[in-house]
Design a protein around this ligand. Structure first.
Ligand code: EPZ
Length: 426
């Protein structure tokens, strides 16, 4: 297992290219299951999760061809073609590696009339049930059998479409329902749907493939099912969480970076939080410039579905606030177990107390390097951020978490002056 070793205390300065969004890519790839024509995705990030999802699609008989971009370039072009679906089963050994595998359920059901998907189970950040995915698909006409360890969904004669109001906002359940509804025989209406930019990206790609969707960007999606979808070429949106993470890197190191390709419109709540803490954020012709102000100040934050503050930014902003003047309260409302970075940050000298779904961060003057353990993707990034600001050496182990969501992290950070290396543990 690899480790990341950081010798902190160097202000970052320069340009950081922002990659395609992992969480958009993971819902755009299964769209290819909805047509027998090729779907070409541009700007796909080179990440472990994308490779795993590609293997899952191959397992369904779908071909995935990567165009020859040079290894020095960020991003890739992948053409995915599902001219025949040879298996409608998403096996456990792939689903357990990546929860987003569950996003083949809606498209397989819509295209092939059946899907068997092993249950992903809980993970480090919470129990992560799938009831809303199943209820939404039932409302569109699916029959669902939940057996030991897997679910089998069927729609004999195809899905009919229908109305469903999500009792709480779910990104994944909205994605599954949208992908199923676009090929249903009738009209569908999804209320209290997630409005995350990744959902907008999904809808735009489906529209490019011939889907009829109204209300894109709102919480009510009206979908008129069509008989067939066709192929398309679509460019994955920039990763707003990667951009937000590197904005925190500039802020915590007292540096100044330009996030090339970042989309300010997708980062509203993150930019507001950074500015409230004293960080300067300005739009540039190529993206966003982020500069640490005179000193960071403590702020109160609460995560919420979009357009609220993304739960995927909570850990990174918390790392930044460990060095702010005064105290901050950070409340997590989306996942019940998303503070696993806290004990590790405390080992680096942070003053943080957890109380239920909130933490109190009392800013300290400095962090010190330590050996810390990554527990999930965003928690890992918060430890990297703390390491960039800490005195001495920080070693972050279980780096595979980072490889799931940050394309060539060490390379991007070294290029702006960080002292960061990957060590192989052999
Ligand atoms: C997506 O997960 C993202 N993953 C997550 O990013 C992100 O944290 C999350 O949305 C919230 O923004 C991908 O896009 C691949 P949800 P998802 O369904 O879709 C509850 C990262 O670090 N819920 O919106 O699984 C659930 O337990 C990852 O990149 C149900 O109760 O999240 C949670 O409390 C981690 N029943 C809330 O809804 C359900 O059927 C929101 O989860 C589904 C969800």
């Amino acid at each position: 297992m690899d480790k990341i070793v950081i010798r902190g205390g160097k202000p970052l300065s320069g340009r950081i290219p922002i990659s395609g969004a992992k969480n958009a890519a993971l819902t755009l790839m299964p769209c290819a299951l909805l047509t027998d024509e090729p779907l070409t995705l541009r700007n796909l990030p080179r990440l472990a999760d994308i490779d795993t999802f590609g293997h899952l699609l191959n397992n369904h008989g779908v071909s995935t061809t990567i165009e020859g971009t040079s290894p020095d370039e960020f991003g890739r072009v992948m053409t995915i073609r599902a001219n025949r679906i040879t298996s409608t089963v998403a096996p456990f050994d792939i689903v357990r590696k990546i929860r987003a595998s569950f996003l083949v359920l809606g498209p397989l059901l819509a295209r092939a009339g059946e899907a068997t998907v092993w249950l992903p189970g809980g993970d480090a950040i919470g129990g992560r049930p799938i009831d809303l995915h199943l209820e939404a698909l039932k409302a569109l006409g699916a029959s669902i059998d939940v057996a030991a360890g897997y679910i089998k969904a069927t729609a004999k004669g195809g899905l009919g479409g229908g109305r469903y109001r999500f009792p709480m906002v779910s990104v994944g359940a909205t994605e599954n329902a949208v992908m199923a509804a676009v090929l249903a025989r009738g009209a569908s209406c999804l209320e209290n749907a997630a409005r995350e930019p990744e959902i907008i990206d999904l809808c735009k790609c489906l529209v490019a493939m011939g889907a009829r969707i109204d209300g894109v960007g709102t919480d009510t999606l009206r979908i008129e099912g069509v008989r067939d979808l066709h192929g398309a070429t679509y460019t994955v949106m920039p990763d707003r969480i990667e951009a937000g993470s590197y904005a925190c890197a500039a802020a915590i190191t007292g540096g100044k970076v330009e996030l090339v390709g970042a989309e300010a419109a997708d980062l509203g709540a993150t930019i507001a939080a950074l500015r409230a803490a004293g960080v300067e954020v300005t739009a540039t012709p190529e993206g966003l410039a982020v500069a640490s102000g005179d000193a960071l100040s403590g702020i109160d934050l609460e995560t919420a579905p979009y357009p609220g503050l993304a739960t995927d930014m909570q850990a990174q902003l918390m790392a930044m606030l460990t060095l702010a003047k005064g105290s901050s309260r950070v409340t997590e409302t989306i996942f019940e177990n998303r503070f696993r970075h806290v004990p590790e940050l405390v080992r680096m000298g942070a003053d943080i107390t957890v109380s239920g779904r909130s933490v109190l961060v009392n800013g300290v003057a400095a962090l010190r390097g330590a050996s810390v353990v990554a527990t999930d993707l965003r928690a890992s990034m918060s430890l990297v951020l703390a390491g960039l600001a800490a005195s001495g050496e920080t070693t972050v182990s279980r780096v595979y978490h980072l490889d799931r969501g940050y394309e060539r992290l060490e390379e991007k950070l070294s290029a702006v002056g960080a002292d960061i290396e990957r060590h192989s543990d052999d």
